[in-house]
Write a protein that binds this ligand. Structure first.
Ligand code: 3PG
Length: 328
């Protein structure tokens, strides 16, 4: 639109960038705080199935209060919406509980290094189950991702198989969550904040019976009394903080997904992991060897290469789509 002065276009683009920047910074900040409190809680009270359930319950309660007090408009949903949400919620529940089980067994940094391998799972699942093909560069970028994660795992000082498998299962589950969400969010009438609220509530319903079966009230009561006697009432604040921050970081991430492409989202997610890995190593004084740090750096670099190759191939595709009609 030539008639529009440049000054009129620039501020809106600039303000969009500022808004996305604020979303990203808030998301990473909330995630770092969640990870710190989550690990503090799990170190003192190793019941990951209960803490995962509490995170979902707190988020569900916060959103339910927001709806009844009309702070947030209640979403208009129908049976079809909940049916489409169900597979997303199953995958979200598995991914969440698996990551928490992992963090109860290994260092936060280790879980997140393995979780930075999520793009590799995404490509493999899309290729093997959905028959999607990718440019050769995408497959090549999997080499540093897989190699880096493998090097980090092999040289991890406090390696634990359950911790490793938990992070791997979480990766797989979140790839399915993304595939199902993409289908479910197509033409959706529910915004990011409410979509995540509904997801939390459904996941809570799914997780609760499994949490009771895996750990159960007897174990929780005994563990709770012991932890309170050792740490004192401040432990309740740790649990509250990990639950509230879990909901908030996910809510902000879903709100930013509304504004950006899934690809920009995945780059943001990788940068978030760098913040979490670095801050948790400092806060928990996690022992790392140079070779271990090298593995993590290679894996994260591979994730960046992966996103760059995908962006380039999408850009090329766009160019072809745009130039063909022009040529005609
Ligand atoms: C969880 O508990 O759900 C995980 O910590 C999620 O990890 P992610 O959002 O960083 O993938």
């Amino acid at each position: 639109d030539k008639s529009k002065p440049i000054a009129e276009k620039t501020p809106s683009e600039a303000s969009r960038r500022v808004r996305i920047g604020i979303y990203f910074a808030t998301w990473w900040f909330l995630n770092v705080i969640f990870n710190i409190y989550n690990k503090k809680v799990l170190n003192a009270f190793p019941y990951p199935w209960l803490t995962s359930t509490l995170s979902l319950a707190t988020g569900s309660l916060m959103m339910w209060i927001s709806w009844i007090t009309r702070v947030v408009e209640t979403p208009k949903t129908d049976l079809q919406f909940w049916k489409t949400l169900f597979p997303v919620a199953v995958a979200h529940t598995i991914g969440h509980v698996a990551a928490t089980v992992s963090m109860s067994k290994v260092a936060v940094s280790f879980t997140h290094i393995i979780k930075s391998g999520e793009p590799a799972f995404s490509v493999l699942v899309s290729r093997l189950l959905l028959g999607e093909t990718f440019p050769a560069g995408v497959y090549m970028s999997l080499i540093p991702i897989i190699g880096g994660c493998a090097l980090a795992a092999l040289t991890e000082l406090n390696f634990n198989m359950t911790g490793f498998m938990g992070a791997m299962v979480s990766n797989l589950a979140f790839v399915f969550r993304n595939i199902f969400s993409k289908r479910g969010m197509k033409g959706k009438s529910v915004g990011g904040m409410n979509y995540y609220a509904c997801l939390s509530m459904l996941s809570l319903l799914i997780l609760t019976p499994f949490a009771i079966a895996m750990e159960g009230p007897q174990m929780w009561m005994a563990g709770w009394e012991k932890t309170i006697s050792q740490i004192g009432p401040q432990f309740i604040w740790w649990v509250a903080a990990q639950s509230v921050f879990y909901h908030l970081y996910n809510q902000v991430s879903y709100m930013s997904l509304d504004q950006i492409s899934p690809l920009t989202f995945s780059i943001g997610n990788t940068m978030k992991r760098i913040c979490v890995i670095v801050s948790s190593i400092i806060i928990f004084c996690t022992p790392i060897q140079p070779i271990n740090a090298l593995g993590a750096a290679i894996a994260i670099l591979g994730t960046f290469l992966y996103s760059q190759v995908l962006i380039c191939s999408l850009y090329k595709l766009k160019k072809i789509v745009l130039t063909i009609p022009m040529a005609i």
